[in-house]
Design a protein around this ligand. Structure first.
Ligand SMILES: [Fe+2]
Ligand SMILES: [Fe+2]
Length: 312
């Protein structure tokens, strides 16, 4: 579509058909199931604290469970802006192609279901692990409302690009961290949650590509370059949440183990946890070859702002 290579071969009718075929319910994924809290739930590389010698085995395991929680907690809250973000497009183009609008409305509905999946995952994790986890996003939704409003203040194109990066990241989380993992099998329920999420996100990345092509077609070269400045600001917004949730992981570890850390240890721990959280949630998506292709095709100058350079 519109000459963009990244949108070639994609069409809304196929996206809707695939979405109907792979759909699942939250109960089908979680009902009556629990996590095996005697073991790590996510790959050690997701946490990145193995090199911190002042943590013992039990503390490493608690941090691993904290990371499993943080992933669900952050994605569930990040996805809150998706329905109004997509709804704005639907409202503007209400008389457009039926298949396109259905793809966007299903996309929004699926993100709402994912929010329910991740909230239930938080609860099942607390039950399985036998302790609560400290949350960055509060129950009164003050933080998530502020984040949602801040994201929606940016134009649609950088919003779609942020969603695209996060969504390509979910593919890596499932495929590379769970399905292709050979050294130690992952927790079966956690793997199932990642699988269920990805099979629907796999339709979203196609819908994103089509919307990105439609929006980009109407923009000048300078506007496309400036889109990446918006994307950097959006990256800063989610990074604040990464830093905040990394601090909550340390708080949970303190509560569960009673362990006291020196200021130096606390700093090292926070730096490591913040870095790994940002790496697994933003870094894996921004460096995904499919995202890199989209960024480069839209604007090489813009992509360079994210540190993305043409290959070879
Ligand atoms: Fe999602
Ligand atoms: Fe999605």
């Amino acid at each position: 579509m519109d000459g963009y290579e990244f949108a070639r071969g994609l069409d809304h009718a196929s996206i809707v058909a695939a979405s109907e075929r792979v759909a699942w319910t939250v109960d089908e994924v979680l009902e009556g199931r629990s996590f095996d809290a005697s073991r790590p739930l996510v790959p050690a590389s997701w946490v990145g604290t193995n090199e911190l010698g002042f943590l013992d085995r039990d503390e490493q395991r608690v941090l691993n469970h904290c990371r499993a929680f943080s992933y669900a907690h952050l994605l569930g809250n990040f996805e809150e802006f998706a329905p109004p973000h997509l709804g704005g497009i639907v409202q503007r183009d209400w008389h457009e192609d039926r298949a396109r609008l259905r793809a966007l409305l299903r996309f929004g509905d699926e993100e709402m279901k994912h929010q329910q999946l991740f909230r239930r995952t938080e609860e099942v994790l607390a039950q399985s692990c036998g302790h609560p986890f400290v949350r960055y996003f509060d129950d009164d939704k003050v933080r998530v409302t502020a984040l949602t409003n801040a994201i929606l203040a940016h134009p649609p194109l950088p919003r779609f690009l942020m969603v695209l990066a996060l969504e390509w990241g979910t593919q890596r989380h499932y495929v590379e961290s769970i399905r292709d993992r050979t050294e130690e099998p992952g927790d079966p329920l956690y793997a199932e949650i990642l699988r269920a999420h990805w099979v629907e996100e796999a339709q979203h990345v196609k819908a994103d590509a089509l919307e990105i092509a439609i929006l980009a077609r109407q923009m000048t070269r300078d506007e496309l370059t400036a889109t990446f400045d918006h994307l950097l600001t959006l990256g800063g917004l989610v990074d604040t949440a990464f830093a905040g949730q990394a601090a909550r992981e340390i708080e949970t570890l303190r509560q569960v183990t009673g362990r006291a850390f020196s200021p130096e240890q606390s700093d090292a721990l926070h730096e490591t946890l913040h870095g790994s959280l940002s790496g697994i949630m933003a870094g894996v998506g921004l460096s995904h070859p499919r995202f890199v292709d989209v960024a480069l095709e839209l604007s090489r100058e813009g992509a360079a702002k994210l540190g993305i350079a043409p290959r070879g």
